[in-house]
Design a protein around this ligand. Structure first.
Ligand code: ATP
Length: 865
């Protein structure tokens, strides 16, 4: 239906609704008929295809082929066992992938948005997917339009429709019906379409279409994009590919040397391919996803909702946190503490000053049925002041006596809000806003200058000042031209309010400092107010700089670049300037977290390494642009999230270290044995088994590892740092070699002392060494005995379980047949366990040396100070 051709009241009655909204019953009926207001997701891959995907890997296919060939050539049990292990491997891979996808889906669900609708006569917040045709929706600047709407109210309403029309300049919306038929979407000025963005103003609309019936729904299939891999996953996938080639070459060399030594070609083929399968870390990308997604889940519990998975890994590298003041560092519980009506201003009556009246009518605060005032905390504080000072009814009475005829809503760029009301047969224009803004609109320059002085005094005490101006007019031209109206104002007075700093913010800022992260306040508020609060919180210290938006504007790039790392407070900054700040910090190789709540903050949130939106006070637009949403709008939550991000990254690095070292050890063992004149130390099944049990369980349990003791006292990791930095690469090489040496040593010893069970011993030593290794690398520096043996129970459980499985392989008769193992005597087992602890002790020694070096460096640098 062409809703734009109809009058708004006609649309309301056609939709069988009213300005009071639908009844609950009507809503339920309509959900039955129209379904949920959701854009359908791209068709999901069926589960069985996801499972088959596990066999897409080239090496796995080759292994299966080789197993089948060897089966035909006689060794049927071997072939079957290999196939079973491959199958188990696939199941494990599948489960991991499936869990990763589930976790991602859960994350997406949590990020679901809300809309404000009128139902049964009162305004309620509902989940956007529950909107139905006929619902009356309120829109305000920053909202994403939740469904296709025919507008029935529009106040300076401008909507950015680029997602639908490609046009990025916001369109002015109206409510009048249009007469021209068949006009393009961009010209349907009395409509607002799902997924477009309210750039400015306020409006109300009636839902005419939902879900896939909306304009965006019709083209939704064109818009669906795949979830991009995180940078870490990309790097790991690239690295995995390169590593695969290397391993392939090693396998070929192994195969060829085996042939020269007279081994059977089928045996050599199987061993070479098994080694290839075991050593290529194909599970790493899935393990990283799980680890990040699990991290994201834990972060939600700490009130940080991750919208984009890569954010979890980048969090740990943050070196600057640029944060808003109001609500994030402060409690956003404003309280009016100063009311200074201007003596020269008109009086409403004996008791009421014009300032009181202005506070009572120039706002968008609403009262709940329980009598609570809700809305912008600045405005709530004023309304509460007037209501408290006189009585609760005075607000309603004044609003009724001075009905509003037009408004220009608050905008943080203009820092001002204006409303026009009928007043004694005339019109009164009331503007409130930042002192500088109102002062610049006054007709009396002397008064303007005195306001600025007064404001500076109050601001220095951390008080937030708002000034009020007014103007009487005989008539108002339609449409209202605010440029003509917002000028030549008379001064009504000013108010001062306080917003106490959050207690927990102070501690979080201290933590930032010790963690090498610089906290920076960026605020729209007055410079003196901002500095006073920044000082109280410990953000602004001696030698730090504070800058105002206009000062920033006049600086050259070089000047800014020189000073930027010392600037702690930016005041009266416009959202566009936030982008300059982010870019400049990034050009100096910093990882920047930036908070924002308004529509205009979206570009800087997108540009930041971690864009952080406010869950409570933030607009939909800012939330969509952000990587992370703070559910409690609290600065301390960002710092908590950084800590969690560091821990998650540490743990990912640990399991990469673990898996790569183990795989390295397997390769070294098999590869070096022939050069030492030793027979093949392990059978293909042994290699596959080690890969199956050791890579999977203990590796995954490493992601439950608790934070290192120094997690928030060490500097952030460098941007773009490789996973193999900080000695990880070297560790992988030397511990892998050591593990192989111990394994081959076991072989030499067992063969020389004529032990019939030499191969079982070799197999056991390699298997158990890996368990010792994983236990030791739980911590990068600390001794495990200090960190606590029982502080990661999942890992301990995985180790015990794997150990029992290994005993099963050694001692259960049927396993002996399958794995070609023999029961070891107690002394043989004892020797194996003892040898397997060599790696554990060596890694503990490595950590001890690292600790000593660190202590030495600290004492040197203390001496130099
Ligand atoms: P922050 O950027 O840290 O959140 P802020 O709340 O002061 O701080 P803005 O919301 O951009 O930042 O407000 C900028 C200025 O606009 C305020 O300092 C105040 O002077 C003025 N202001 C804030 N809210 C209103 C409002 N509802 N009506 C009119 N003026 C306002």
């Amino acid at each position: 239906m062409k809703w734009y051709l109809r009058d708004s009241d006609e649309v309301i009655s056609l939709m069988d609704s009213s300005r009071n909204g639908l009844t609950q019953q009507a809503v339920e009926d309509r959900i039955e008929i129209y379904g949920l207001n959701k854009l359908e997701d791209k068709k999901k891959k069926p589960v069985w295809l996801l499972f088959l995907d596990q066999f897409k890997d080239f090496m796995i296919l080759v292994l299966i082929a080789a197993a089948i060939i060897s089966g035909f050539m006689g060794d049927v049990t071997d072939a079957i066992i290999i196939l079973i292990i491959v199958l188990l491997n696939a199941v494990l891979g599948f489960v991991q992938q499936y869990r990763a996808e589930k976790a991602m889906l859960a994350l997406k669900k949590m990020a679901g948005s809300h809309s404000r609708v009128i139902r049964d006569g009162s305004t309620v917040d509902i989940v956007t997917s529950e909107l139905v045709p006929g619902d009356i929706v309120e829109l305000e600047s920053g909202n994403v339009v939740p469904a296709d709407l025919r507008l029935i109210e529009a106040h300076a309403l401008r909507v950015e429709e680029s997602s639908l029309t490609g046009e990025s300049v916001p369109v002015d919306k109206t409510t009048e019906k249009l007469s021209q038929k068949d006009i393009p979407l961009g010209d349907q000025l009395n409509m607002a379409f799902k997924s477009t963005l309210v750039a400015n103003g306020r409006g109300v609309g009636i839902v005419v279409d939902t879900g896939m019936n909306t304009e965006i729904g019709r083209i939704a299939s064109l818009l669906q994009e795949d979830e991009a891999a995180t940078p870490l996953q990309q790097r790991m996938t690239d690295f995995g590919k390169k590593l695969s080639y290397l391993i392939l070459v090693i396998c070929i060399v192994l195969f060829v040397t085996g042939l020269f030594r007279g081994e059977k070609p089928v045996d050599m083929l199987l061993i070479a391919i098994s080694l290839g399968v075991a050593a290529i870390p194909e599970a790493l990308p899935a393990l990283i996803t799980i680890s990040l997604a699990r991290g994201a889940k834990r972060l939600v519990r700490q009130n940080a909702l991750i919208r984009k998975l890569p954010a979890v890994e980048t969090l740990g590298a943050v070196s600057f946190i640029c944060t808003d003041k109001t609500g994030t560092l402060t409690e956003n519980k404003m309280k009016v503490v100063e009311v200074r009506p201007f003596a020269g201003a008109q009086k409403i009556n004996e008791k009421l000053t014009l300032l009181d009246c202005a506070m009572a009518i120039n706002h968008d605060v609403k009262q709940t049925p329980e009598g609570k005032w809700v809305g912008d905390p600045t405005e709530v504080a004023m309304v509460e002041y007037v209501a408290g000072h006189f009585n609760n009814d005075v607000i309603g009475q004044l609003q009724a006596a001075l009905p509003r005829v037009a408004e220009l809503p608050f905008d943080s760029d203009r820092k001002c809000m204006t409303t026009i009301h009928q007043f004694n047969g005339q019109f009164i224009v009331v503007s409130k806003g930042a002192a500088e803004t109102i002062a610049s609109l006054l007709d009396d320059q002397e008064v303007a200058a005195s306001i600025l002085n007064e404001t500076a005094d109050l601001s220095a005490k951390g008080i937030r000042v708002l000034a009020f101006g007014y103007r009487l007019l005989q008539h108002i031209a339609e449409p209202v031209n605010f440029d003509q109206i917002e000028k030549e104002l008379s001064f009504a007075g000013l108010t001062g309010m306080i917003d106490p700093p959050r207690e927990e913010a102070k501690k979080a800022i201290e933590t930032c400092r010790s963690a090498g992260i610089k906290p920076v306040m960026i605020t729209g508020d007055h410079q003196e107010t901002a500095m006073a609060i920044a000082r109280q919180l410990g953000i602004l210290r001696e030698n730090d700089l504070a800058l105002s938006g206009p000062e920033l504007q006049s600086m050259t790039r070089n000047e800014l670049s020189e000073k930027i790392e010392r600037i702690s407070v930016y005041a009266r900054v416009s959202p566009e300037q936030k982008l300059t700040i982010v870019r400049m910090l990034q050009s100096k190789n910093h990882f920047v977290a930036m908070t924002g709540d308004g529509v205009n903050d979206a570009p800087s949130l997108r540009a930041a390494n971690i864009g952080v939106a406010m869950g409570i006070s933030g607009t939909d637009v800012s939330k969509q642009a952000a990587h992370m949403i703070l559910l409690d709008d609290n600065f301390a939550t960002i710092v908590g999230a950084v800590k969690e991000g560091r821990r998650i990254y540490d743990n990912i690095r640990k399991f990469v270290k673990y898996i790569m070292t183990c795989n390295g050890a397997e390769i070294w063992t098999i590869f070096l044995a022939p050069f030492l004149g030793l027979p093949m130390p392990l059978l293909p099944i042994h290699i596959l088994w080690i890969n199956l049990v050791t890579d999977g369980l203990p590796g995954l349990a490493l992601s439950s590892e608790k934070a290192e003791g120094d997690i928030m006292t060490r500097p952030p990791r460098k941007a773009g740092e490789s996973l193999f930095a900080e000695g990880v690469g070297i560790h992988i090489v030397w511990v892998g070699l050591l593990m192989a040496a111990v394994t081959l040593g076991t072989q030499v010893y067992a063969l020389s002392s004529d032990k019939a069970h030499w191969q079982t011993m070799v197999f056991t030593v390699l298997s158990l060494s890996q368990l010792g290794h994983v236990f030791a690398i739980r911590s990068d520096y600390e001794s495990i005995f200090k960190k606590g043996v029982f502080t990661n129970l999942p890992l301990l459980g995985a180790i015990v379980f794997t150990f029992l499985l290994q005993l099963g392989v050694i001692y259960l008769p049927f396993a002996n047949k399958i794995f070609k193992t023999q029961p070891l005597s107690v002394s043989e087992l004892g020797v194996c366990v003892l040898l397997a602890t060599v790696v554990f002790h060596a890694v503990e020694l490595e950590k001890w040396i690292k600790r000593r070096n660190m202590a030495f460096k600290t004492s040197q640098s203390n001496k130099n100070k």
